[in-house]
Design a protein around this ligand. Sequence first.
Ligand code: ARG
Length: 579
Amino acid sequence: MACFFRRKIAAKLGRTLQQSEDVFIPALSAVPVFKKQESPDFKLSINTLRSTGVLPSSGGIQQQSEELANRLKQDNVVEDISAGNGVIHFKVNRKLLVEKTLEPFVKEDDYKFGFNSELFKALKKGTTLVEYSSPNIAKKFHAGHLRSTIIGNFIANLKQSLGNNVIRMNYLGDWGMQFGLLGAGFGKFGCQEKLKQNPLQHLFEVYVLVNQEAEHNEDMMQAARDFFRQLEQHESEAVSLWQQFREITVDEYQRVYKRLSVHFDVYSGESFHQHQAQEVVQQLQSRGLLKSSETGAGIVDTSTAGDMSSVCAVQRADGTTLYITRDLAAAMDRKEKYNFDEMIYVTDKSQANHFNQLFHVLRALGHTWADRCEHVPFGLVRGMSTRSGEVVFLEDVLNEARTRMLHNMSQSKTTKEMDDPEDIAEKVGISALIVQDFKGPLYSDYKFDWDRMLQAQGDTGVFLQYTHARLCSLIRRNEGVGAMTFDPSLLLEQTSIVILQHLLRYDEVLYQSSQDLQPKHLVNFLLKLCHLVASAHRELPVKGSSQDVAQARLRLFSGACSVLASGMRILGITPVDKM
Ligand code: ARG
């Protein structure tokens, strides 16, 4: 596998330049496959070696590459070494490429392929807290919450696979005036029966009705203010109604998240940090950081120059705290409770300024760990709607994806042979949603398009699932043929070599995604793998080949299938083995 060759090449470089081999590892990478052209397997970036001080930065880079390439000697592993444009190319022995790359796939732990790479050794491992999804009780679950849910889940999966202890947290919008309105309006518009039957729907209905009522009815508004005050003062009747709303919402969300294979270790929320938020205001005051605005609000200077050119309000004139005050308290509380090494917040980019201010104020309070807090922003989704209209609940999107996928599948004959076509349609539909969302840079806005995302051909989640199912079926049909050993010299066709070369990149792609937290590297890697596998299905048939050839090809297909499944799982997709 990639490790083996990277090590060998690095050792050769180390010997020639009389340096430790480790310094060459970061400068070595597998060459991306282009079409099905013959190409070298690895390249060494001279620029990287110059910037890390391994090579002198003076002199022509081209000359430097050529000189170094000439000094390096071929051997049994590396058969060809040549200087390219600021790089040195290495081509390894073909039989070894096949043997070493496919070696891990016979063992039980083949799912580790890529993860025990030396690229990850330098990464700091520790506790990562990822906060994502975080919808607001009784309000709409919008496209932003869906994005946050799947992106956060991806980041958590990736961090966990790389050996971190991950805490998955949902920070609910479970406090604020909406509960005053909800509490006051429930008596008039609510119904316990409906609340039990369809909690999210009913809470949302009540919320909409109370808001309409409060617009023209001052009594209702007053009742809402009263209810919220009772809540803040912990009056038991108000608190128990609030608690019921919250519990019922969490239960319901847990059920729906399960359909997405998403789970949380902790359901926290804004309500948890009410009192602590007041303490934060006091801390700011005692450190002399709290200023008063003209309207009497409590503000903090967040400008870099310290000239109040940018400020952030932490307290209203009436003494109540704000969203950011609760976030300040929440961050400190999490540090205390979980002692995380890093914390990642996933929300849409409109909150970028909020998080900048949050980190700024934390630092001002002396919390240097704020430097290890990060906001992962993402763009807006336009036009996410279902046949019945605008999306209000997460479940609507999942149902629509399932229905549409089921409809598409009903045209294929294999659907009739499935035990549970609904379940398959669900998993494939969700993978379509995820791939559409993850294909580009997270920061970009995009247009939601059911028809395009559900196409079986082209770069979609359906294509990933289809390829996986087809590989599984090939492996199933040939169960007796696979063997512990195989002859690597039977996999030297270019169609097979490019798949192996592509697999060599898997650890690098994971590494890249772990650095910038963008899923697009992994998605595009997997899509490319599926295209290469499609050619292999045509050109390297198993059926009708001699036993030896069939065995070798099956090993190649199993390797591709394992990596595909492993990558899909990190993205948050459950691979199906029939479709
Ligand atoms: N509930 C918020 C919203 O829907 C998102 C919360 C994001 N997390 C945070 N720590 N502020 O906009």
